[in-house]
Ligand binder design. Sequence first.
Ligand code: SF4
Length: 465
Amino acid sequence: MFLSVFDIFKIGVGPSSSHTMGPMLAAVRFLDTLGAGTGTRPSALRVTLHGSLAFTGKGHATDRAVILGLLGFLPQTLEPDRADVLVEAVRDTRRIPVRGLGDLTFDPETDLVFDYGDPLPGHANGLVIEALGSEGEAILRETYYSVGGGFVVTAAELEAQQAGAPDDFGREKAALGYPFPFGSAAEMLAMGAAAGCSIAAMKRANETVALGDGLDAALDRILDAMDCCIERGLSQGGILPGGLKVRRRAKSIYETLLGERGLNRAQPHAVNDWMSVYAMAVNEENAAGGRVVTSPTNGAAGVVPAVLRYYRDHCFGATREGQRDVLLVAAAIGGLIKHNASISGAEVGCQGEVGSAAAMAVAGLCAALGGSNAQVENAAEIALEHHLGMTCDPAGGLVQVPCIERNALGAIKAVSSASLALRGDGQHFMPLDNCVRVMLETGRDMSRKYKETSTGGIAVNLPEC
Ligand code: SF4
């Protein structure tokens, strides 16, 4: 599976790529299959959420996302206000209008089932969608897995992917005409050395196969969407939805920072606060269900935009071309992590989300600041290594605590990792590929309590309100 920069960075809606966008896309995919014809007219729909989707689905708005998907909405084109009215209509009438099939029975209270038993065998985020006939018999039944970052596969697709040999990735990319079909960091470095190309140039060459001259404009749309999200987050106050009464803080911190700068009173470490406030702005928007860029997930969506904004506004010699390189190189690293391990908190904990985002961001920043390929690989490894073991235990099943601050710290760690790598020559002890493998093994060994089920850690040690 070739992962484009636009697979890694997708414009969507909060609060979760795996629990909101993924289930929405699964529902849309199911309707496509149903619409292609089954021979029998369905009269009802039923959806069952399993594993982490059941345990944290309410906090992550998975139920709303499924209804939106069944209504035909896609994350990238969703109009939140209109969508809310239609979701309420489904709840009131217990019927759902399905394109080409008319109104089908669907009562979210009884036909959207949260199954708290064992997860499905393929992945911690599984859902089964069924179309039922007039006697309640299943006409069509499909199992989907939301494997992180908004990626959705059917059970059969997942099985085929898991059966593939590790180097199928590279062979597939080569067969599709991608000039640099790397499937590991070692291959990426070797190809770069052989061709005398930077990682950004190799990724650009791969992406140009599909997009040609349109690549820069498409990258700019992602950059602009990230900027819009930061700006909106910096302008919104109040309490986040979900019941934890978490206050939005980005706006007030931002205003304080602006004041300190105006008075020339900022401490040197205030630069960390700038990075924090950019990341928190994005993650507060995400928690509020706003429009964000999945990078590589929604829970971790603040790290890459924060580092990009840091590069643009705080680094000497920053350019638009440099910002595009950040995206390209970050996507190259994110693709390697997704292919060789996981970017799903439900599968490997937060090390796979914020850890991956930090590795991606630092690689991009290091490249934009003139780092060699070896320094870029070193930088990504430093950032990932120092997120190893990080659990996912969000309070209330919401993407707020610890997620919002965690993105801030992920951005700071990313920038420090870039600085450290740039002070070396790229030679280092632990290769990135090994670190990615360690992340996967650590995730496999991690208790289910700490993999987006909100049954351990922070989620069960909340203060009395
Ligand atoms: S703790 Fe990390 S992995 Fe878990 S929901 Fe929050 S950001 Fe995502």
